[in-house]
Design a protein around this ligand. Structure first.
Ligand code: C2O
Ligand code: CU
Ligand code: CU
Length: 483
């Protein structure tokens, strides 16, 4: 059984190579069966430059073959989109799957009609072409399907990719993609005896499927050849439910330089970062020539925290060359702003999380739950009355004010869009909303444990011109889809 699983993973890795889903600038050899192989670096999506300088990216959602995976421009996962602040981008998202789906830009600040949530369905054979101007701090965002009640399965099959935003005025950081700027997409999966993705429990149980195999960029326990003294890793938890506490087996410290929504004000040294589904962390790790290091995930020592982060996994083997290229020193100051305390009188909204509801309501595509004036700063208070959840808000950047009354650790003080909420915990967020007013197109907020999202643990908000809140219709027509 174990041998078959290893073989199936080699097959999956092989699909990635032959179909071009993931390829490394260092031209890896196909993984021999039974050994883990090289880390695959998702290729950068090459944009076409259209009239007016618009960058057009083509993303095709397609099936991946006999292992049951789905991918974007390939058999599993997608390319990395990289754009610069100020760019006008147009995405051509073509659905070649047998089912309708969507593609949501998680972490992007953009108009709600471009957001790719459950109102922007793409039918099989159709192409959706959202367009917006990238105007936000440098960050590691991502994209994945976001359809009503079926997000878990579509993401599990492999539809996900990174969307990196660069800011030319930002600090000098390792930024050579695939060399010292390395994306790590972490996902748990289970394969059956025939080497196919096992999907049976994706829609069942409290958390859906918790896979026994953890993949990094689509391969199990791959190795990366370190060639520079400093390496920046962009960690994305693209799992359906698992929480990881990422660090190294030797306990080495490293610096966190950014979270979901952008950089911190300065690097923060830690020995573990905990990321729940949807969360990102950018870290910079130091290496000495010739060493080998193992990146892993370790469960919390106390089992009180929750039940989705207790297992230990090996993630990545790092093999440093005998000679390493010198990296420029990590800047002492980054371009993230320090947290400003919300002024007295700031509006507070309260959300109570139960098993799979928010404020005792299931998701309803025709109901607007919250109406927010454009540009508002609000406090959102999330009170979790049950087992572990997390909470993601589209379009915004927020700061964690406190968790059970205690400010978060320094590395979590940066701009975020998703926060882990341990069981029975209360979290307060200072949320900065954007300015794209549209009373008829909602953004989502939800638990990013995809089984919970699919079960209805999601609500909708609209951003409107300040002063018009009271006159905004609170219902949308049924079957209302912007495409
Ligand atoms: Cu990553 Cu509402 O999504
Ligand atoms: Cu999102
Ligand atoms: Cu949840």
């Amino acid at each position: 059984m174990e041998r078959r699983r290893v073989l199936s993973l080699a097959v999956l890795a092989g699909f990635g190579l032959t179909a071009g889903a993931c390829s490394s600038p260092s031209a890896p050899k196909p993984a021999p069966s039974g050994s883990a192989g090289r880390l695959r670096i998702p290729p950068l999506a090459e944009p076409e430059i259209e009239a007016g300088g618009v960058k057009r990216y083509a993303l095709t959602l397609q099936t991946g073959g006999s292992t049951g995976t789905w991918g974007i421009n390939g058999a599993y996962l997608g390319p990395t989109v990289r754009a610069t602040r100020g760019d006008r981008v147009r995405m051509h998202v073509t659905n070649r799957l047998p089912e309708a789906t969507t593609l949501h830009w998680h972490g992007m600040h953009l108009p709600a009609r471009m957001d790719g949530g459950p109102h922007q369905m793409i039918e099989p054979g159709a192409t959706w072409t959202p367009e917006w101007t990238v105007d936000q701090p440098a960050t590691t965002a991502w994209f994945h399907p976001h359809l009503h009640e079926k997000t878990a399965m579509h993401v599990y099959r492999g539809l996900a990719g990174l969307f990196l935003v660069d800011d030319p005025h930002g600090p000098h950081l390792p930024a050579e993609y695939g060399v010292d700027d390395i994306p790590l997409i972490i996902q748990d999966r289970t394969f059956d005896d025939d080497g196919e993705l096992s999907t049976g429990r994706v829609d069942g149980g409290t958390y859906g499927l918790l896979g026994d195999t953890v993949l990094v960029n689509g391969a199990r326990q791959p190795a990366f050849a370190v060639r520079t003294g400093l390496v920046r890793f962009r960690l994305l938890n693209a799992s359906n439910a698992r929480v990881y506490r990422v660090g190294f087996t030797d306990g080495r410290r490293f610096d966190v330089i950014g979270t979901d929504g952008g950089h911190l004000a300065h690097p923060v040294p830690v020995d573990r970062v905990k990321i729940s589904p949807g969360e990102r962390a950018e870290i910079v790790v130091r290496f000495t020539p010739g060493e080998t290091a193992i990146m892993d995930s370790r469960g919390e020592d106390s089992k009180s925290a929750n039940d989705i982060e207790e297992e230990d996994f090996t993630l990545l083997r790092l093999e440093a060359a005998a000679e390493l290229k010198r990296s420029p020193a990590l800047p002492a100051h980054l371009d993230g702003a320090a947290t400003a305390a919300p002024p007295a009188g700031t509006r507070v909204r309260r959300f109570v999380l139960t098993g799979s509801e928010i404020n005792d309501k299931d998701m309803d595509l025709t109901r607007i739950d919250e109406v927010v004036p454009a540009g508002a700063l609000e406090i959102w208070e999330i009170d979790n009355t049950t087992f572990a959840h997390n909470f993601h808000i589209h379009e915004v950047a927020f700061r964690i004010l406190d968790i059970n009354g205690t400010p978060p650790p320094a590395w979590q003080a940066g701009p975020k869009d998703t926060v882990f909420i341990p069981k029975k915990a209360k979290v307060r967020l200072a949320v900065q909303f954007g300015r794209y007013a549209d009373p008829a197109s909602p953004y989502m907020y939800h638990c990013h444990i995809l089984r919970h999202e699919d079960k209805g643990m999601m609500g909708q908000f609209v951003i409107v011109e300040p002063g018009t809140e009271a006159s905004v219709p609170r219902t949308l027509p049924a079957g209302h889809h912007h495409t």
